[in-house]
Design a protein around this ligand. Structure first.
Ligand code: CA
Length: 307
């Protein structure tokens, strides 16, 4: 009886302590700002771009802001739009810095802000970031090497993807400028951008970058499996766009080496480009760590680093 009572007391105590412990796992010192990629949106209708991620981070104690920048525009233009919103977030919260987490084109967009205003940024986390360009953009622009996927095929595939994203965003009409955006996401366009804003970039073809530059911590992670879920309507399109990489590892839209920035947490999750933000509506690889968990782990990493 005494043993049983002891066990019961221990359980009650554990239940009393557990919520407090779970509630601070993602409690970073500085607010977390989520930055969407190409054709992105913050939240339109019921669907969030970072599907289920802000609420998961908030329930773990993080302050989370989801920004909206131009769906398709140059990295510098998107970066200036992000900088304006970062200043607004700092004014609203009284925080001195933010932790930027950018997906896809959101990676370079975040890097722009960290480069021009390092005093306002504690860290940049690039998720499937287009840091050294994308072969998909090169093909769209007709500057891909011979033998790559045909431009005609890819334009039709990306139009299909745009339709999916347009459906998700409630027919917002944000998907009209895929070709224009491709210019800033091409290998040549990225190289030009990187020459001006080099912080955190690997200096070798596929290594890690500096873990810290001008007081900003740099991290990255990405998937490397274009087709992951039979029920996700986006997967067949990503399987096709992955052919643009001519055999090099990629997540369907971004090559593994291009995703590297600062400390590479992992670059081979069994995820495609949309899985990285828990899309389409939570349809991800059931045999891989859930992307929401990876966002929580990164927040915890920032917290433990005092950021
Ligand atoms: Ca998916």
């Amino acid at each position: 009886m005494k043993t049983w009572m002891t066990w019961l007391c221990a359980c009650v105590l554990a239940l009393a302590v557990w919520p407090a412990a779970a509630g601070t796992y993602s409690q970073t010192r500085y607010p977390i700002v989520l930055v969407h990629g190409l054709l992105g949106f913050d939240k339109l209708g019921p669907v969030e771009y970072f599907y289920g991620i802000p609420s998961a981070l908030r329930s773990d104690g993080a302050k989370v802001y989801v920004v909206q920048v131009a769906a398709a525009n140059s990295t510098e233009v998107r970066g200036e739009q992000l900088l304006t919103q970062v200043k607004q977030i700092l004014a609203a919260t009284g925080a001195s810095k933010v932790n930027l987490m950018g997906h896809s084109h959101g990676g370079p967009t975040s890097r722009y802000v960290a480069s021009v205003r390092p005093d306002l940024v504690a860290s940049v986390t690039s998720i499937g970031g287009v840091n050294k360009g994308s072969a998909v953009a090169d093909v769209l622009l007709g500057v891909a090497p011979p033998g790559s996927l045909s431009n005609t095929v890819l334009v039709s595939v990306t139009n299909g993807l745009a339709t999916v994203i347009n459906f998700l965003s409630g027919g917002s009409g944000l998907t009209q400028n895929a070709l224009a955006a491709a210019k800033s996401l091409s290998t040549a366009g990225s190289a030009k951008f990187n020459a001006a804003y080099p912080e955190g970039l690997p200096t070798t073809a596929c290594g890690e970058g500096a873990y810290s530059a001008r007081g900003v911590a740099y991290y990255s992670w990405s998937g490397a499996k274009p087709y992951t879920n039979l029920f996700d309507i986006a997967d067949p399109a990503l399987a096709l766009t992955s052919l643009a990489f001519a055999g090099a590892r990629n997540d369907g839209l971004v090559g593994t080496c291009s995703s590297h920035l600062g400390r590479v947490i992992r670059d081979n999750y069994a995820m495609n480009h949309l899985d990285e933000v828990n899309q389409t509506i939570g349809l991800v690889n059931l045999f891989e760590t859930n992307p929401v968990t990876i966002f929580r782990q990164q927040a915890n990493r920032l917290k433990n680093a005092g950021l």
